[in-house]
Structures are given as C-alpha cells and as structure tokens.
Design a protein around this ligand. Structure first.
Ligand SMILES: Cc1ncc(COP(=O)(O)O)c(C=O)c1O
Length: 1002
C-alpha cells in the first residue's frame, strides 16, 4: 500500500532535516569543545567512573534516514487492520472532526510548556479556559479542572478528595458496574494507603448497581466517605443516578458520578448537576473521544469537576489538578492565570493534593475546540445517532434464535448487553473473520452467572452499511425469525430537559481563533526555550505524522490482537529501545507522565517488599531536599505517610546536598544505619536538579541495597546521559523516562506527557499491566508479570505518544541517542562557561563542578541590593528577572527552583552555536540592564499582550468559568511581537525597555 503523503515540507523546516535534530554543526561542536578545552564529546563525561558508562554503542539499530523512516512507520501502521467496530467499553469512538488535524498542527499550542508565565502563555490559558467553561456548560458544574490523566486515575483522585472532605471516613464504595480497567487502577493505587475501596455489587436482575445492598452498607457504617457510580455502566445499562445521588446527600457523604460527556446533549442524558434532588458532588469522565479517535487507548483526558458555589466554596481546595482562573494584569486588563497552585506538588510537596504535574492539557484544549465545532446541534446529533443505531440493531439481531437483550427491563442509551446462544469468544472470532470488531465479551462481569454476554456500542462512527453488515452477520449466524425485540423507552427523568447552549462555530473560525491563540505562546521552534528541568527541545514533525497515520489513530485498544500487530510490534520495540537506553532488563509502557512513573516505581517497591514479608516494616523513603515536588508527593500518594513519633521518623526522610551540589552520602548512610529493616527505598534525580551528576550514585545504591531497600532514579534529566550512562551499572531498580522531555513528544502546554519505566531484575516480576512479547512465529502478544503490582492504565499508556518517541528513537539509532545527550551537555556547559563569567552560580561552592544538561545562575549581593533599592523585594527579584526574559522575546528560565534565588537554564541540543551565543548575549545584557536600571523590574514585562498578572487576587476569589457564546473571548495582541524582540539588537531593546518603564510610571 502507498505511504500517506507528508502534510508538511520537511526541507522547508529549519530544524527538521538536521542529523539527529541536533542544532550544532560539526564545526559548532568542535568550536564549543575547544572553548571548553576539550577535544572530543566523550571528555564531557570524564568525571564519571568509566565502569558506569556503556562500553561501546547501545543495542539500538542503525538510524533511519528521513524517507526510510516515513516508509517504516507506514509499513507498521498498515500491519494494523481496523474494521467496522462496535467496541467501546468506556473508550467510545466518534467521527473525528475535520478541525482536529488543523488544531494539532498549531505548534504554538502543542509545543509550548505549562503556562507558568501567564504574560507569555495567554494562548494556552485561554484554550483551557474555554474548555473549563464549556464542560461547565455541559455538566452544570462550576469548577472543572484542566485536566487529569484519564478517567481511572481521575476517579482515584476524586475518591481521595472525598476522603479529605469527609472527616474520619476512609472508605469509599465503588460500584462494580464501573469498567474493570478502571477498577483495576483504583485497587492498585489504593493498596498500602489509608484509602479503603469496597465494591457495591451488581444486581443480576437489573444489571445495575444493587441499591438495596448499598443502603444496607450505608446504614450499618460510619466510615464511608463517598460512593462512586456510573451513569452508563459496564453493561451499557443506565443507572438510577437519582437514587444513588440522593443516598449520598442523605448520609452526608460525597457522590461521585462517572459520566460520558458526549451523551449530555440536549434531548439525551441529563447532566450530573441534575442527578437526584441536589446534584452529584463530583463528576469524573473520560474525554478522549470529545477530540480524538481511539488511538489504541491514548492519550486520554481525565475530566474532573466539583461544585463551587455559594453553598460550597471550599471543597475545590481539596481537589487535584490544574485550574485556570480569571485574573487582571497590573493595568486592570482581563486575562487568565493558573490558580489554586498552593495545593499542588511543586508548592506543598508531600502535603499536596496529588502528585500530578504534566497532565493532558493539550487534549483539553483540543476538546474545547472540538466542542465549539460541534455545538449543541452536533452533540445532539451524535448522541441520538448512537441511541437510534443500537435500537435498530437490537430489533434486528434479536430475531436470531437465542439472541436476547440480557436486561430487557433496564433502560439503555447507545450500548446494550446481549445474551448469545454460543460462547461470546466464538462469536467474536466469527465476526472478525467476516470483517467486524463486533463488541466486547462481558460474560465474566457477572461472575455468578454462566452466560454468554456481548456488549455492543454504537456512536456516530458506524455507517448504515456497518450496521447492516453487523445485522446480517447475526442473521447468518443465528437466523431471522419473528419480529425482534424493542428496547424499552428511556424514562423521561433520565433525560436532559434543557440545552447546554454550546455555540456552534464554523470550522474555519475555530481554527483561526486557535491559531491566533497559539501565536501568543512561545515554541522551541522559535529558539532557545531555557526552562531548566523541562528539556524544551525541538519536537520533530515526523513524530506527529507517524502518530496521525490511519491504522494507528483508529484502532481500538481492545481490538483483537491479530488486527493490532503493527501497534503491538511498535510497543514491543519501544520496550526494547528503553531496555537498550537504560541498560535495564524490563520496561512498562503504562505510565502517563513522569510523576505517574514515580508512583509505578514505588508501588513496585511495595509489592517487592510485601512479597518478602516486609510490606509493613519498610516504611522509609529517602529523598534529597532538592528533589522535584513530584517525588515527595508521589511517596505520600503511594502510602508513605510522613510523621515523627518519639523522635522516630516515618515516611519521607529528607537529605541535604553537599556544597559540591551532590547528595550527602554520609547523611544517607546515617539514615540507613539508624533504621535497620525500615528502608523501603530512595528516590534520587540523576543528574540532579542543579545539573550535576551524582558521582556517588552507585555507592549510594550499594548501601541502600545492603540495607534491603530499592533505588528509584528520577530520570527527568535523561537528556544528559541517555545512551551514555548504564543505569544497571549504577544500581538503579526503577527509572522513568519522561517522553515529553528527552524523547521529543511535545509538551502540549502542560501535557499530555508520557513515560516509560525501566526496572532491574529485582523488580521484573512486579511490573504493572501487560508486557508485550514477540512469539516464536514472529507475531506479538502480551503477558502479565508473575507478581504484577497491578495496573495504572486501562491499556498501554498514551499510545500516540509512544509512537512519537518510537519514531524519534528510530531516527536516532544508537549513534544519535548518544550524540544527542552529549551535545545537550556540551551546549549547557558552553553556555555555562560563558555566563559564569558574569553571573554568580548555584549551588555556592560549585563553580567548577562540571555541569551536565542545565545550570543555575543567581545574582551578586550587590545586584540584589540595587534591585531592593529600586523598590523590588529580594524575594521577588528572581521572578521579575524571569519576566525580563519575556521582554527579550524568550521564555523565562525556571525561576526559584530548586534554589530560591536561582534561574535554572537548560538549552538542550536543538540549537546552533550562533543561537547559543545570541542567547548568552541576551542573558548578559539582562544582567547589565538590571545593574544599570533596576527600576525596570517594577514594571516588567513590557511587550507581552498583558502586563504582570496579579495572581494573588486571582487566587483569593477564584473565577473559573464564563458563559461561552459564539462571540469567543477577546484576544489581546502582543504589544511587540516576540520574534521582533528576538531580532532586535540588545542595545535597542534595553532602550525600549527603559522607555516603556518610564511611560508606565509617569
Ligand atoms: C526532576 C523532575 N522530576 C519529575 C517531574 C515530573 O514529571 P511529569 O511532569 O512528567 O509528571 C519533573 C517535571 O518537570 C521533573 O523536572
């Protein structure tokens, strides 16, 4: 079959055709090495024990050239066989709207970072605002976060929220009618924590949550914090959401409703705000299908909402996830900013409401755009098409001998469970041979009964021909006699009585609006994006092309494996790639981001210790004080509660860094010696967040192993060491690789991220989910690890992102991976070498310590004094200097992390020496300007669409939504275009900034 044509011209893209996407030419590399007094790239790693480095090239195949890569990904995609599909099982497939490709091509939205600098990120913030507001309109909820990973992890966060909100109650009741993939994630996450999950059984007569059993439990218990139930359940049945919600209110506990946003249309199902007498307390949902096809399971979109009104202003503060709020800038212009961050891991660390950092931001943005393109009209049409489709199918297929609706008295919408006269597996096999993916075998969801059950779902995706084909398949198999059964009418109290009033906009208008928003952000396409620890490198277009190929996008993750061989091969190969890159023997593809990778790691630690009878006794996790906030937040979420009794520490024990910037090994040893039998493990970032390689990592690992503990390496900074440092040789037991950092998947304005966790022999048997295996006949299948710690995703993670990372690694091969890391280090060290001449650096005593991928600048006491004398407090000085970068057309470095007075810079390997030199000049000029005119820091930034945002006021009284109408929120233009700023000479810019400041204070 022919390749799908490229939808871009690679030769016209400056960074796309460079070898290994490395910005520096060979001459650049030689010149930078020379400047550092080195002769070859290997010299950059001379301070690391050679025994810890890979000997020779890692085990990856040769790099593929551009055209070879295009051919290769097409061949893989064509090995998949999507067919007319009636599979949903919680991941429905709708017709993809024509705007999806266009919105996904807006690089300003896809490649930007989390909008922590609101003045330069109004684009992302506005898209998230629209998403929050539209989901608010659809569901009636006032506070919608933007966003969480997917439905199952979102539900877990909602359960934790209920536990926080209801005092002295640690149990939540979860209906067995929730999808099994979700239940598995809940059980895995709850293990070893104080949250207890109990099931509310299914009633075999109705195929719904057994309300009588629930009442009995509620009447006899006082430890229940909430109940979670679906609107449409795992058998396609509509639950009695009114009764369930009212019961929660009656008992003063929280009701958590699981809904499908596509079905809350006018004339379709009623929104959770109308459940029972007072509405549900919280809602969770999968939102992937608002925007995307099945994509073999991901990226998903975890929708979470909670009530936020005069009756309840505070519950929101116990929730997880990011919120965008309305704010004002210093001139009173309306704008948007991230708010309620004081609950988040980067501020509250082990006391955070969740460990989530990268979320599914871009999918929220995309979902908002798709909602606008659909409008009320489109929602209703899709919802009714599914409902009518299932009715038609039921009427016809029940003419077959022995084919029955299993729960004829229970209302359904667009899904139904049929009882078959033959084994469901057998029927599905026949259907596949005839060219259909004819639903899901749900026979085992009723363990007590021995029935052949098939769950069918219809949306707007199936054509009349598909439906007719399925009907004929049934008739051919089971005959056609009588008049068939009618599904009962859906009672009116299950239905929506109003309209959500989602405006419908022309596709072109939506696309051009979002393009304008994209241009308000910065992208690594434009130049250095110096956010330390975030690895803002170039994201190749070809990765997106591969992820968008038919066969890859349109296959349901529960399609028969025979028809998913291309995707399984890709997953198998990406496992192999990460084994080679890390030097470790096994990998899981499940984690959705770095923080979830951390959780996977710690849950494996717990499973390992449990298997050795030490589950309860090993309760200490050692973490360096400089660790990213996700590390302590993850440890807490995994169940390591931190407290001290009679001077004995439990949970997280923090250790300091030495003046050299490396961890204090003596202190770690002291903790190990003081707590025999109690060490569960350590979590250490390497290279660390100061950009310094932990040369004692292997010694530390040895000590921890001797103490019976395990070693987690936070691999967020793998861009410095991938393909060079052998993680097996330094004693790593588990490590995550953030695919949205080193492995070039775009950041999406905060997500979706993705991660691969690789593990040592010790943990191989405890891996979560399934492992992909290559069988003797060359085909691909799956198996579960012998003592698996459970599951963190209903399938294999954000699959489309695996495709991107895979494509990147295929382009690099062994040579490219090693070189990309080395040039990232070279670029950082070169820049550091230049800037350390004018800026003091942190940690204090480390000026000459070899930097890896990033470094931290600070200011001299004299400069701080000048800034204070100019009326800016020292505590604000660094953040304000960050804003000054925006005036020069660049994004700010990471400010005030991990050092309060630090500016952390990470250039990556994507930029040329000339770009590095230009950036160095800008950073130097910033310092000069601050020294000569510190007063400009009072009014920075000056050229972004808005002035400095008043985030304090925005947090005091959060405003989270507005009614979105066809007249979309206004977009304020840049005062000076960022590209123009970057092209201006520094002296011109400094003069402009001083002038702009004068004007403002006049
Ligand atoms: C050092 C470090 N660890 C962990 C994380 C969390 O990763 P993610 O955002 O993918 O969850 C980050 C993210 O910035 C990080 O920099």
């Amino acid at each position: 079959m022919a390749n799908i044509p490229l939808n871009y011209q690679p030769e016209k893209l400056e960074r796309e055709m460079k070898p290994f996407y490395i910005g520096a030419s060979e001459a650049d590399i030689q010149a930078m090495l020379k400047e550092l007094g080195m002769s070859k790239l290997e010299d950059l790693y001379s301070h690391i024990n050679p025994a810890h480095l890979f000997k020779g090239p890692i085990a990856l195949p040769k790099p593929l050239q551009y055209q070879e890569l295009v051919d290769h990904v097409n061949t893989l995609a064509q090995k998949n066989k999507p067919r007319p599909s009636f599979i949903s099982d919680g991941l429905p497939n709708y017709k993809a709207l024509d705007i999806v490709g266009d919105i996904c091509s807006i690089r300003g939205l896809t490649t930007a970072y989390t909008p922590y600098q609101p003045e330069r990120s109004q684009g992302t913030l506005q898209t998230l605002w629209i998403y929050q507001s539209l989901i608010g309109q659809l569901t009636g909820f006032e506070a919608v976060n933007a966003s969480l990973y997917d439905r199952s992890t979102c539900l877990f966060e909602a359960l934790l929220c209920a536990q926080r909100l209801v005092k002295n109650a640690n149990t939540v009741l979860v209906s067995e009618a929730i999808y099994p993939g979700d239940l598995a994630v809940l059980d895995t996450q709850a293990k070893e924590t104080t949250l207890k999950i109990e099931r509310i059984p299914l009633d075999p007569k109705t195929g719904r949550t057994d309300i009588e059993a629930l009442k009995k439990t509620l009447n006899s218990r006082s430890d229940i914090a909430g109940i979670a139930f679906p609107q449409i359940n795992t058998l396609g049945n509509l639950e009695d959401v009114d009764a369930l919600t009212d019961l929660a209110w009656e008992k003063n506990i929280k009701s958590i409703a699981m809904i499908d946003p596509m079905l809350l249309a006018a004339k379709a199902l009623k929104p959770p705000v109308a459940f029972g007498k007072k509405g549900a307390h919280m809602l969770v949902a999968e939102g992937q299908h608002l925007a995307l096809a099945a994509n073999f399971g991901g990226p998903g979109l975890g929708i979470f909402a909670i009530r936020y009104n005069d009756e309840d202003k505070n519950s929101i503060r116990s929730t997880a996830g990011r919120y965008v709020g309305k704010a004002l800038d210093s001139k009173g212009r309306e704008c948007k900013a991230l708010i309620l961050s004081t609950r988040e891991q980067h501020i509250r660390r082990e006391k955070a409401t969740s460990n989530i950092c990268s979320n599914q931001s871009f999918i929220s943005s995309l979902a908002g755009a798709c909602m606008l393109a659909r409008g009320d009209e489109g929602f209703t049409k899709s919802a009714l098409t599914g409902m009518n489709g299932i009715r038609k199918i039921v009427k016809e297929v029940t003419k077959g001998a022995g084919v029955e609706v299993r729960f004829p008295q229970t209302p359904v919408w667009n899904e139904v469970t049929l009882k078959l006269p033959i084994k469901t597996t057998e029927f599905l096999k026949i259907a596949r041979e005839k060219g259909f993916h004819a639903g899901v075998d749900v026979s085992t969801r009723f363990k007590a009964l021995n029935e052949n059950l098939l769950l069918l779902a219809v949306t707007d995706l199936q054509t009349d021909k598909d439906i007719q084909g399925l009907i004929e398949l049934f008739h051919a198999q089971f005959g056609k006699i009588g008049s068939g059964s009618e599904l009962i009418a859906v009672p009116t109290h299950y239905l929506r009585t109003d309209s959500p009033e989602i405006p419908k906009l022309a596709s072109n208008d939506v696309v051009s609006y979002y393009q304008r928003l994209g241009s308000q952000n910065l992208s690594p396409d434009d130049g250095i994006y110096p956010l330390g620890s975030c690895t803002m490198k170039y994201n190749p277009y070809i990765n997106d092309y591969a992820a968008g190929l038919p066969g890859i996008t349109d296959l349901h993750p529960q399609a028969p494996f025979e028809d998913a061989q291309g995707n399984l091969e890709l997953l198998w190969e990406i496992q192999e790639q990460f084994k080679a890159i890390t030097g470790l023997p096994a990998v899981t593809t499940q984690p959705l981001a770095g923080a979830q990778g951390e959780l996977v790691g710690l849950k494996m630690f717990q499973a390992y210790h449990r298997s050795r009878g030490e589950g309860d006794s090993r309760d200490i996790i050692i973490i360096p004080r400089s660790a990213h906030g996700t590390n302590p937040a993850t440890a807490t979420m995994a169940g390591y509660d931190t407290f001290t009794v009679d001077g004995v520490q439990h949970g997280i024990v923090l250790v300091d860094a030495l003046p050299s910037g490396e961890m204090n090994l003596a202190q770690i040893k002291e903790v190990l010696d003081k707590n025999p039998g109690r060490i569960a493990g350590v979590m250490v970032t390497n290279p660390n967040t100061a950009g310094i390689f932990e040369t004692n990592f292997a010694s530390m690992a040895e000590l921890v192993h001797q103490a019976g503990g395990l070693v987690y390496m936070d691999g967020a900074n793998m861009n410095a060491v991938a393909g060079i440092v052998n993680l097996n040789a330094i004693g790593v037991d588990a490590v995550h690789n953030n695919l949205h950092k080193t492995w070039t998947i775009p950041h999406g304005g905060g997500g979706p991220g993705d991660a691969m966790v690789a593990v040592s022999e010790r943990l191989k048997d405890f891996l979560p989910g399934v492992q992909i295996e290559k069988k003797g006949d060359g085909s691909f299948g799956v198996f579960t690890a012998a003592k698996s710690c459970g599951s963190f995703h209903r399938h294999w993670g954000n699959f489309a992102h695996k495709v991107r990372a895979y494509t990147y690694i295929k382009a690099l091969g062994a040579e490219g991976v090693t070189k990309m890391s080395a040039v990232a280090v070279l670029s950082a060290r070169y820049l550091y070498h230049k800037l350390a001449k004018s800026y003091p650096t942190l940690p204090d005593a480390t000026v000459s310590a070899p930097r890896m991928h990033e470094f931290i600048l600070t200011l001299s006491p004299e400069t701080f004094k000048k800034i204070e004398a100019a009326g800016v407090m020292k505590a604000q000085a660094i953040a304000r200097i960050g804003k000054l970068f925006l005036d020069f057309g660049f994004h700010a470095p990471t400010v005030a992390f991990p050092e309060q007075y630090g500016l952390m810079v990470e250039p990556t390997e994507s930029f040329t020496k000339a770009e590095l030199d230009q950036f160095a000049a800008v950073v130097e000029n910033i310092l000069k300007l601050v020294n000569t005119n510190p007063e400009v820091l009072q009014t920075v930034p000056h050229f972004t669409p808005i002035d400095r945002v008043d985030e304090v006021t925005a947090n005091k009284n959060p405003i989270l939504t507005e009614k979105i109408t066809a007249k979309l929120p206004a977009i304020l233009p840049d005062r000076v275009d960022a590209a123009k700023l970057r092209q201006s000479t520094s002296s011109d810019l400094c003069a402009m900034i001083v002038e702009a400041h004068k004007k403002e204070v006049k």
